[in-house]
Design a binder for this molecule. Structure first.
Ligand SMILES: Cc1cc2nc3c(=O)[nH]c(=O)nc-3n(C[C@H](O)[C@H](O)[C@H](O)COP(=O)(O)OP(=O)(O)OC[C@H]3O[C@@H](n4cnc5c(N)ncnc54)[C@H](O)[C@@H]3O)c2cc1C
Length: 258
């Protein structure tokens, strides 16, 4: 054990603040990924310390939720706005801008909001509540995700120094969803097309990067669990150096095989 926070993975808690932000720009990155740039006076003081931080986006799906959204704190009925978790993709303190990249998957309050978003609209956000800071103590990084994880993966890649190796495996709907990703690190990216390749098969045959390895996984819930098991049991990845998080959940009635 060490008291030096720069020597271990550690959590930093933040005061949770709710902010009402304005849509400054809407940019389509790919056919299914839309960047919404937010700003406004309430962005002041926004802090995101880790690449996989998340904020809550608040939506009103009923008149009661709208009342709760309009009157934070009062909340007499106990009704809360609908919340969804998203990654702060880019923060520019000087320009006063926050980018959030949305997968337009076609359903749900967050995706539906992003699909119709226009300049001048508002979006309420809260958080991040905390940051899991991974200091630069590993030789190599194995980052595995799908489209929802691209914002966090892109942030981590941009933050890595040139002395590190990054192996990235990203499952996407099709080749049009492959975004350009850059890093000072020695970077290898494997794109897996969802309907043509099996992500778990790709992982099974993946040679792991050399040296001390940090592994990060963010996929649909069932796939996250399967990928974690495969990495730990078959590939020998050390569980205390692996973070695996379900980024979304396939509804059982979405797919009979789920
Ligand atoms: C820590 C964290 C960070 C995240 N960061 C991002 C981010 O930066 N960008 C981003 O786009 N997502 C991100 N996600 C994922 C996002 O929170 C979920 O996809 C969320 O369910 C979307 O909410 P919704 O209201 O659009 O759909 P929901 O109301 O949650 O779901 C509606 C329907 O859509 C399906 N669905 C949900 N997400 C997807 C998907 N990605 N693909 C296909 N079907 C889907 C559900 O199975 C359900 O049937 C993150 C999740 C976590 C936990």
């Amino acid at each position: 054990m060490t008291d030096n926070p720069n020597a271990t993975i550690h959590r930093v808690n933040h005061e949770i603040k709710r902010r009402c932000l304005q849509v400054l720009r809407v940019t389509d990155l790919t056919p299914r990924m839309r960047r919404i740039t937010l700003g406004g006076p309430e962005l002041s003081g926004f802090l995101s310390m880790a690449s996989d931080d998340h904020i809550k986006l608040l939506f009103a799906c009923s008149p009661q939720e709208q009342a709760a959204l309009n009157n934070p704190g009062l909340d007499p009925s106990g009704v809360k706005p609908t919340m969804r978790e998203y990654t702060p993709r880019r923060i520019d303190d000087v320009a006063g801008e926050l980018d959030i990249d949305f997968v337009l998957h076609g359903d749900g309050p967050a995706s539906t909001w992003a699909a119709q978003a226009t300049v001048g609209q508002t979006l309420n956000i809260a958080g991040p509540r905390s940051s899991m800071v991974v200091p630069d103590i590993f030789d190599s990084y194995l980052l595995i995700g799908d489209e929802t994880a691209i914002p966090a993966i892109a942030r981590r890649l941009e933050e890595l120094p040139a002395t590190r190796n990054a192996l990235v495996v990203i499952e996407v709907e099709n080749a049009l969803e492959q975004q350009p990703l850059t890093s000072p690190a020695n970077l290898q990216i494997i794109w897996v097309q969802r309907h043509q390749q099996d992500l778990l098969e790709v992982l099974k045959h993946l040679p792991l990067p050399a040296g001390e390895l940090y592994t990060w996984v963010a996929l649909e819930k069932a796939l996250t669990r399967q990928a974690k098991r495969l990495l730990v049991e078959d590939k020998g990845v050390q569980e205390d150096r692996l973070k695996a998080v379900a980024y979304w959940r396939l509804n059982e009635d979405d797919n009979d095989n789920a």
